[in-house]
Design a protein around this ligand. Structure first.
Ligand code: FHN
Length: 474
């Protein structure tokens, strides 16, 4: 696809915003009542989205009966998508169900999970309530054979997490797959060799999907965001997605909804090549690029890159797959933040309910970095620069630029291409904020750096300026 100027994206976006007038109508704009009775002004939307935009860093949790298999079935490996193992090896329900019936996450300690994840600087947790295999992590009343109540654990895996999130001040969010390989009425791909009768989509929506969502939105306190998924099956269409969004808006008007309900209004061209077009669908409240980061920020569009720690695309725990190195994960968080997006980084707990050591280790490294540098991530805005004369990224807050330096300049000098007067510059890691020397030139402000970078992966230089950054084109 020929790269288009950001201008074309803005024009297309204006069209999309006008089309979705019913989502955030101002008094003057007409409202398309057919879509839903959900109405909000742009200011109300900004207030509803504010926690999400401030957060910058969320944690995805993929957990289910597939975690018992951990990417291996009868000696064969999935290679990717450990949570898709039932599909990879075409395991019928009659064989897969006894697996779940033995699942006992006896070491599950939701409070310990949340504390460890919160320490890593994560502001919201999004757990799979039900993935494609249809297994429900809560004791739903809407099926009696495919939920946590049928396991030796017997309790509710969601409630302790929702409670711990609330007590620790972390937003509780949920992932919910529409696609359901188990339910007899799901009209798409199924592995339920035990089901009888003919699938019926309307019955699936009215008697299962919608009432289950009501269970979740009335039984676990306020839910920050829902991460819908599994709506690419041709059995599910845009009108189904619109209905699903409208149902959710009625259940909780404050909810943030991702873009994967299946609803697909007319789409803009982004002006750059995307890997997974489904994840870039412009719908709901934000787009969810999967395993990829937009090349530039997307002004006017809320977005969140979701990413695994165990490539390629292992969201459920895979006992064999390697974990991505921490430096790569941290620089990804910085890159996403510098472009005004969020990172939803995934962990796959093991069958016993433990955060496996390799994941725990990376959370600890995030915690150590965030303890010093969190202010350069949380609540920051996108960088005002299109490119920088050093290897790194930049985020900003009013009156402050945070320069995240990946490679420490050999000459010890950091050029900041702004014409603003710099009132102060210092290392964020320096508790005493010892002022660094700054010299002005037509190219911008040059900061003299300490001889050694305070952090081996990302060191943050704070540059305080008056007013909006006046960027010097490079
Ligand atoms: O098929 C799922 C996959 O298992 C995983 O949940 C990811 C997370 O972004 N979403 C779907 C693939 O796009």
């Amino acid at each position: 696809m020929k790269a288009k100027s950001p201008w074309s994206l803005r024009v297309a976006l204006a069209g999309w915003l006008a089309l979705s007038a019913s989502a955030f109508a101002t008094a003057a704009e007409p409202v398309d009542e057919s879509r839903s009775d959900f109405r909000e002004t742009a200011a109300e939307r900004d207030r509803r989205m504010s926690w999400f935009r401030e957060a910058r860093f969320g944690m995805f949790i993929h957990w289910g009966p597939y975690s018992r298999l951990a990417g291996e079935w009868e000696g064969k490996r999935t290679r990717f998508g450990a949570e898709w193992i039932q599909e990879r090896f075409q395991i019928p329900a009659s064989v897969y169900m006894p697996l779940a019936q033995k699942w006992n996450p006896s070491k599950y300690d939701a409070r310990a999970w949340v504390r460890r994840i919160k320490a890593a600087g994560v502001r919201y947790i999004c757990i799979t309530t039900k993935h494609h295999d249809g297994f429900c992590l809560w004791p739903t009343k809407l099926n009696d054979d495919w939920n946590i109540a049928i396991t030796p654990y017997g309790g509710d895996l969601l409630k302790p997490l929702a409670d711990a999130c609330r007590e620790e001040g972390v937003k509780f969010c949920i992932y919910h797959s529409v696609m359901d390989w188990h339910h007899p009425d799901w009209p798409g791909q199924s592995f339920n060799d035990l089901r009888t009768g003919k699938p019926d989509k309307e019955r699936f929506k009215k008697d299962y999907l919608f009432p289950q969502l009501k269970e979740l939105f009335t039984g676990y306190g306020e839910i920050g965001m829902i991460w819908l998924d599994g709506t690419w099956d041709k059995a599910w269409n845009s009108e189904d997605g619109r209905e699903l969004e409208a149902h959710l808006r009625k259940l909780q008007p404050s909810l943030v909804i991702n873009n994967r309900s299946g609803y697909k209004p007319p789409q803009p061209e982004y002006g750059f090549a995307v890997g997974n077009a489904y994840s870039y669908t412009l719908a709901g409240d934000y787009i969810s690029p999967e395993g990829e980061i937009p090349p530039t920020g997307l002004p006017g569009i809320d977005w969140e890159t979701c990413q695994t720690m165990q490539p390629p695309k292992n969201w459920g725990y895979d006992r064999h797959a390697k974990f991505r190195p921490f430096p790569e994960l941290l620089r990804e968080l910085v890159d996403v933040s510098s472009k005004g997006g969020n990172l939803l980084l995934n962990i796959g707990p093991n069958a016993d309910g433990e955060i496996v050591p390799s994941a725990a280790d990376r959370l600890e490294q995030f915690a150590a970095w965030m303890k010093v540098n969190a202010t350069a991530i949380h609540g920051t805005g996108a960088s005002p620069f299109s490119k920088l004369p050093f290897k790194g990224r930049r985020t900003r807050k009013p009156g402050k630029l945070f320069l995240h330096v990946f490679e420490w300049p050999r000459d010890g000098r950091l050029l900041v291409p702004v014409s603003n007067k710099v009132s102060r510059a210092y290392m964020l890691a320096d508790a005493g904020a010892t002022p660094l020397a700054v010299s002005a030139s037509p190219a911008g402000a040059t900061v003299s750096l300490p001889a050694v970078a305070p952090d081996p992966v990302v060191s943050v230089v704070v540059v305080e300026i008056a007013g909006e950054p006046a960027v010097l084109s490079r």
